[in-house]
Design a protein around this ligand. Structure first.
Ligand code: SF4
Length: 284
């Protein structure tokens, strides 16, 4: 029996950013050799793994600052760093971040109970299964559920950032459908500073989101043949994309049209690349 397709926030945001990137990342094996390990992913994953143990109430071996820091050492991922010095600097930064996090956690004396850490939730939609991995789900005394997402690269966050974040909205959709009687909201936690911001989608917004994701997901999956005919067009994100060499090999791809990272101008789009539909605009 054919496996039911799945879509995650990462897949959806990749498609919205660039359908060609989606193809190389998820469908086209030619993209695989170009995918490089990234130090910022390794750094974020190392922090997440340590925090998963710290906040997991069933992991009674990691409850103090010292134990969290030991868990961090055990969780460290060294892929993607350019040098031993760069890695040592990142490791030290993570150490400080977690030390502060543990102290702040004790200081806050939160009464919320952590239900899950690093747990995948899913929702069956008509053509696919929507999935999302949630860093932490807390239950407050008044019954509200809080979805907590750690951001290791951020220092600041505001309510609008949470509200406009596709992943945070999808997490709310997944939790609201899983626990229909429970109010739920989402929080981004900027690990570098401990700053956090929250937002909550209304029932009507959740319904609209589900309908939009349903349509967008069908569009992504029905794109099948178009992916192979796709002519990638230069965009601002091409500068940091693993697949630039592949795209540059396309005779229609004019790399000189890639805007510089600093440029605020609207990236040019080639008429040959079918862009994401207006669903993207209605989403956020
Ligand atoms: S190089 Fe640019 S056009 Fe090509 S896949 Fe990456 S982002 Fe898309």
């Amino acid at each position: 029996m054919a496996r039911r397709p799945t879509l995650s926030p990462s897949k959806i945001t990749t498609f919205l950013a660039c359908p060609a990137k989606y193809r190389y990342q998820y469908l086209d094996s030619r993209g695989r050799p170009f995918m490089k390990a990234k130090s910022y992913f390794s750094f974020g994953s190392s922090l997440h793994r340590a925090l998963e143990r710290f906040h997991d109430s069933s992991d009674t071996g990691v409850t103090t600052t010292e134990e969290l820091l030991t868990a961090y050492e055990e969780s460290w991922i060294d892929a993607g760093y350019q040098s031993a010095e760069e890695m040592a600097e990142a490791f030290g930064e993570g150490y400080e971040i977690l030390e502060q996090h543990a102290q702040e956690w004790v200081r806050r004396k939160t009464t919320a109970k952590t239900l899950f850490t690093e747990r995948q939730f899913s929702l069956e939609l008509e053509a696919f299964r929507l999935i999302g991995r949630i860093d932490r789900l807390d239950e407050h005394e008044d019954g509200r559920l809080e979805i907590v997402d750690y951001k290791s690269g951020r220092s600041k966050v505001e309510e609008g950032d949470v509200k406009n974040d596709i992943a945070m909205s999808i997490y709310q959709l997944l939790i609201r459908r899983k626990y229909p009687d429970r109010p739920a909201f989402a929080t981004i936690y900027a690990l570098r500073t401990g700053v956090q911001a929250s937002a909550e989608l209304s029932d009507a917004e959740i319904d609209q989101l589900q309908s939009d994701i349903q349509k967008l997901g069908e569009e992504i999956l029905s794109y099948t043949d178009s992916y192979w005919e796709l002519r990638p067009s230069p965009k601002k994100i091409c500068n940091g994309c693993d697949f630039l060499k592949l795209c540059s090999a396309d005779p229609d791809f004019d790399a000189s049209l890639i805007p510089s990272v600093e440029s605020e101008s609207t990236p040019p789009t080639a008429s040959s690349e079918p862009g994401p539909s207006s669903i993207q605009e209605s989403l956020f």
